[in-house]
Design a protein around this ligand. Structure first.
Ligand SMILES: [Cu+2]
Length: 642
């Protein structure tokens, strides 16, 4: 755990923690009270910069009849949310507290004696423990019961496929009514596109969302394709009642792209978060015949798993609104430059009450005692997960979402942020008859300074009999070209925030909010460039670069960790972090995006675009082709490279 936990462990209870117990001596002596314990209440204090430092009073104690309150003296919203769940699958206690507000945490009174971990949903690195005194009864936690099977989306593997956007009912919970969602072809996630690399893939996207639907835009995340098929946020849209055919060659510079785990989703300007929340997301597995000789688990032992989270109306028939009362400010109401409201930056975070796996809440999978290749996709709007197996068995990471790593990496835990994917092998060979769980757990031993992972129990693996297993994970997986990154940084993308709560706030890149009519950078086709991504804000972001096969050159001036040495498209950037990446602009001219993949951030300004032009074209000569931060951090720019 980071700084927050260190502070938490050394912190003594402050005077504000417990309100003075009602001493029996001061009570009117109307009745004998000797047998009754005094009521103990407590207040969780949140001081400025809590997202970095954690709760000021992370350890609190109440009596079963006591009241738990939370006081927020920070400038941004926080929550106090129990890790343990009630019988409805919702946290036992949960309160969102606005800046300057003090409120009671519902659900904390009447709990059975014991200790209850809590965290902030917006900043799960903020953690604490509530102790309920005594030995009496009360409400006890109800872990998920894992009573519905995992569902694999149907696959589409033809040269030409059709994806019809419809409002459909999706069964998310094991029982009860289905939920109305926006879907690709009637399911959430949409069908899994399964194609061999190098095969031209045509996708006819038909917008049948109806009169109350909107124009959408399909982005195949992590792929390399012409600009007109990139899911442009404000052009080449698929309007209601209309259709558009996207063409994905699955080639780069004439060669088939590496086998990969991609995903597709809406990318409409200002509405991506809402449209993805409604259900517009699906996966794609790009198969690579060159992987065959490796002997990795395949066929039914190769399973794509999409993680997402959603909240629902009480009867589960509808999704709850992804975010609260928020309105835009700016010259163009269609395209605001700042936002006002309780969910304006930096409080914009669409979180779900329930974490879903392939669109189902708490599913189980019957598996053989055999190796499995799991392709995990985090399609959540905001949350990151720190993946771990419940019995501590390691994952063997073989790839990122964009292809195999040079060598496998054993990992006990894998932190996976929004839009990131990880390709792992889990060996159930020694677990016949056991029931294991895939969890998201708090970070241990890592240096997470920013937003931590959300704790949750994700799904169960019920391991059956041992079956013959001739799969393997060889020591050498992929040969990537030597990393020839130019020493000179051509473009710097610096993440920031501007404005104030009364006039509106916005996320920025290099000091500006997104403008679809502005090219923030011009790159020349055929060149290779080193770019610097850096986070000048006080919370974590996940920056996504479209289009090219990007690789990590260095992280904070050091060689990247072994799992960041393949191709990548989305980087975690904790506050103050900087990452150098390298890519070659091959094949296609036109506009492509740079943006945060925490979708509220993307929708609220944190997006820019670069244009790729032909060598010698006038745009290639203009000084405006430089991307630079507004406030030049000279020290950052001269950090030693790798
Ligand atoms: Cu962000």
């Amino acid at each position: 755990m980071g700084l927050g936990m260190t502070l938490g462990l050394t912190m003594v209870l402050s005077p504000g923690t417990a309100s003075p117990p009602e001493s029996p001596r001061t009570r009117p002596s109307l009745a004998p009270v000797a047998a009754t314990s005094p009521t103990v209440s407590a207040t969780i204090l949140i001081d400025p910069d809590a997202a970095q430092h954690g709760y000021s009073t992370p350890e609190v104690t109440i009596s079963p009849d006591g009241t738990l309150s939370v006081a927020n003296h920070d400038a941004i919203a926080h929550t106090v949310t129990s890790v343990d769940l009630g019988s409805d699958g919702l946290p036992l206690f949960d309160a969102r507290v606005e800046p300057g507000e003090t409120r009671v945490v519902p659900g904390a009174t009447g709990l059975a004696a014991g200790s209850y971990a809590f965290y902030c949903r917006f900043h799960p690195n903020m953690r604490g423990t509530l102790t309920v005194q005594g030995d009496g009864g009360g409400t006890t936690p109800t872990p998920p019961s894992f009573d519905q099977p995992l569902v694999l989306p149907r696959t589409l593997d033809a040269d030409r496929s059709r994806l019809r956007l419809t409002r459909s009912q999706v069964q998310v919970f094991a029982s009860g009514p289905p939920t109305w969602m926006w879907t690709f072809d009637g399911s959430f996630p949409g069908p899994t596109l399964t194609r061999r690399t190098g095969q031209m893939t045509q996708l006819r996207v038909v917008n049948d969302l109806g009169r109350r639907g909107r124009a959408v835009s399909l982005h195949l995340h992590g792929d390399h394709h012409p600009a007109r098929y990139d899911g442009q946020p404000d052009s080449f849209l698929v309007r209601p009642g209309m259709a558009r055919t996207y063409r994905f060659p699955l080639r780069d510079a004439g060669r088939p792209i590496p086998g990969a785990t991609l995903w597709y989703h809406d990318h409409r300007m200002g509405r991506t978060g809402r449209d993805v929340w409604r259900g517009l997301a699906g996966m794609m597995v790009v198969r690579d015949p060159r992987e065959r000789r490796l002997g990795l688990p395949r066929g039914r032992y190769d399973v794509p798993l999409m993680l997402s989270e959603r909240s629902f109306s009480a009867d589960h028939t509808h999704l709850s609104s992804p975010q609260g009362d928020l309105h835009g400010v700016g010259p163009d109401p269609r395209m605001p430059r700042r936002w006002i409201g309780p969910d304006a930056p930096p409080n914009d975070a669409t979180l779900g009450d329930y974490v879903l796996v392939n669109g189902r809440y708490a599913p189980y999978a019957d598996v053989d005692a055999h190796r499995y290749r799991l392709r995990l996709v985090n399609a959540s709007n905001f949350s990151s997960y720190n993946l771990a197996m419940s019995d501590g068995r390691p994952f063997t990471q073989i790839g990122t979402g964009n292809g195999l790593l040079p060598h496998p990496v054993q990992r006990q835990q894998i932190l996976l942020g929004p839009a990131q994917r990880v390709d792992v092998v889990v060996d159930f060979g020694d677990a016949a008859g056991q029931t294991l769980r895939l969890d998201s757990v708090p970070m241990t031993g890592g240096q997470v300074q920013g937003i931590g992972p959300r704790p949750a129990q994700l799904m169960q693996f019920r391991v059956g009999a041992v079956v013959p297993d001739d799969s393997q994970v060889p020591a050498d997986l992929a040969t990537l070209p030597p990393l020839h990154a130019p020493r000179r940084v051509s473009a710097t993308w610096s993440l920031g925030m501007k404005g104030d709560a009364s006039h509106g706030t916005a996320w920025t890149i290099n000091g500006r909010t997104f403008d679809p009519d502005r090219d923030d950078y011009v790159a020349v086709l055929g060149t290779t460039e080193t770019w610097l991504l850096r986070n000048d804000t006080s919370i974590t972001h996940y920056l996504h670069l479209h289009e090219e096969l990007w690789r990590t050159v260095s992280r904070d001036g050091h060689r990247p960790p072994p799992w960041e040495r393949g191709y990548e498209d989305t980087w975690r950037l904790d506050p103050g972090e900087y990452v150098k990446v390298v890519g070659t602009f091959s094949d296609y001219t036109g506009r492509f995006m740079v943006h945060c993949h925490m979708l509220d951030h993307e929708d609220h300004g944190l997006m820019a675009q670069f244009r790729v032009v032909r060598p010698g074209s006038p745009a290639a000569q203009r000084p405006s082709r430089r991307a630079r931060p507004h406030h030049t951090g000279g020290s950052m720019a001269s950090m030693p490279g790798m």
